[in-house]
Design a protein. Structure first.
Length: 475
């Protein structure tokens, strides 16, 4: 387990560093660009990111999951990824003009063309990174992620100040991908990854089609509001909803990204060594929930001052949206590692069924609720979250014989933690107004008090995360 804990530390350093740079970028962009400009880029990036879910066709997850990998398997994975990713790059270029015409936003065509370059670079970045992830060598990931994120930040801010508007965000993404490729080229084993093989890729493709379609559907859940609101409403509405969703996703993702890259290797290794996957999954979910649930519960109560301090008061309307969506993300994180478990246990088809059902549901909910306003759209996501818990619990019971009773019982301490933290935040609001124009005051008090409340609660509740924190501090 020490190997996994060290991997979590380095992965966390990488991902938290990326999140920090991303937060700085978002704070700057929110003050330099208008909701209309952000919304325009959000529509284009949503579609490109949707296509990007197919770019690897599951090749990276295949290399992580395989009991044994060889140089030939790595080269086959690269060959398959090149075929798919480059094909998607050409498709993105072909879709640029029709998409711009569909949304009646001519600028989308140029943004499409810029963002598509990432699809052509992706194979030579993702396959080597999958190999180092399998080996738990997350120091390489740390360097690649931090350096590329800083490069992206510098590029984006420079171009905005030069008057490139939303195009700056697209060029910043390209700079990030190019920098990651440069770092990967420094890996001494890189030459063997550089030479693809296009024969014998059927086995990877069979695995990958389930993983890629599942990732596509999962991504669609998050971008459905951008696509639907972009057509039924205005780019300003897209920008406002995107900011509310992006805010709570940033909080949730910041807590998850350090652990998430290690979960699939961890569960895959547990499978290879004959451990009980259901127990490993429950433990991972409990530990993550103790981080994510309390933070999101606090965000649900105090979204207004936090959004003001990060993005400025022009985004105040995103606060109630964020408060509602925070509850949805608490519900969704209940089975945050479900897809990793489906892959590790060889149940990719169930993973696809789950994601397809959820994708269809979210589009239906957003289309139905949008005429009633953005807050109604946000509330519809809570319905989606409850439905997802029921659906995934049922599928996991079938796939790995998950015992739902003990599973949800194990999550009760997380619920208690969340209630304590939310109640503490409400108490703070009675002493420091969350409507104060000086947003740093309530945010500062929350930042000082809540970590102490959370840590003391962990100890009092004898939560397993408290023991893990003590062990990590000894590494």
């Amino acid at each position: 387990m020490s190997k996994i804990r060290r991997a979590v530390v380095f992965s966390s350093m990488a991902q938290y560093g990326v999140r920090l740079v991303g937060l700085v970028t978002t704070m700057i962009v929110a003050r330099l660009l208008t909701p209309d400009e952000v919304g325009t880029f959000a529509i284009a990036s949503a579609i490109i990111m949707l296509l990007s879910e197919f770019k690897l066709l599951g090749a990276a997850d295949y290399l992580i999951r395989e009991p044994e990998i060889t140089d030939l398997k790595i080269r086959r994975a690269l060959g398959l990824t090149i075929l798919i990713s480059w094909g998607l790059g050409l498709l993105a270029l072909a879709l640029a003009m029709p998409t711009a015409a569909f949304y009646d936003i001519p600028q989308l065509a140029v943004i499409f063309a810029i963002l598509s370059t990432g699809l052509f670079l992706a194979p030579f970045i993702s396959i080597p990174m999958a190999v180092v992830a399998r080996r738990f060598e997350f120091r390489v990931v740390l360097v690649a992620d931090i350096v590329s994120s800083i490069t992206s930040l510098a590029t984006t801010v420079l171009l905005i100040n030069l008057g490139f508007s939303y195009y700056s965000l697209a060029w910043g993404y390209c700079a990030k991908m190019a920098t990651q490729l440069a770092v990967v080229c420094l890996i001494r084993e890189f030459p063997k990854y550089w030479v693809p093989t296009f024969s014998g890729i059927a086995a990877i493709a069979r695995f990958g089609i389930f993983a890629s379609l599942s990732n596509l559907c999962s991504r669609a859940i998050n971008i459905a509001p951008d696509l639907v609101i972009g057509k039924m409403g205005t780019t300003a509405q897209v920008g406002m909803f995107s900011r509310g969703l992006g805010f709570v996703e940033f909080l949730s993702g910041t807590l998850q990204v350090g652990v998430s890259p290690v979960v699939l290797p961890y569960l895959s290794e547990a499978k290879r060594s004959g451990e009980n996957l259901s127990e490993a999954y429950t433990r991972a979910t409990v530990l993550l929930g103790a981080l994510v649930w309390p933070v999101l519960s606090v965000a649900s109560v105090a979204s207004l001052p936090v959004i003001r301090i990060f993005f400025g008061d022009q985004w105040d309307a995103a606060a109630p949206i964020a408060s509602t969506l925070a509850i949805w993300l608490i519900l969704r994180s209940t089975h945050n590692f479900a897809n990793n478990l489906f892959i590790a246990s060889g149940n990719e088809s169930l993973m696809l069924i789950k994601e397809a059902i959820l994708m269809g549901s979210v589009f239906g909910l957003v289309i139905f609720s949008f005429p009633m306003g953005l807050q109604a759209v946000a509330k519809s996501f809570i319905v989606l979250g409850i439905f997802e818990i029921i659906l995934v619990s049922s599928l996991l019971t079938r796939a790995v014989h998950l015992k739902t009773g003990p599973f949800f019982l194990a999550l009760l301490p997380n619920l208690m933690l969340s209630v304590i933290c939310a109640a503490s935040t409400v108490a703070i609001s009675h002493f420091v107004s969350f409507n104060d124009e000086q947003a740093w005051r309530p945010v500062g008090v929350i930042a000082l008090c809540l970590p102490i409340v959370w840590l003391v609660s962990l100890k009092v509740l004898r939560h397993p995360l408290y023991g893990e924190i003590r062990l990590l501090l000894k590494i």
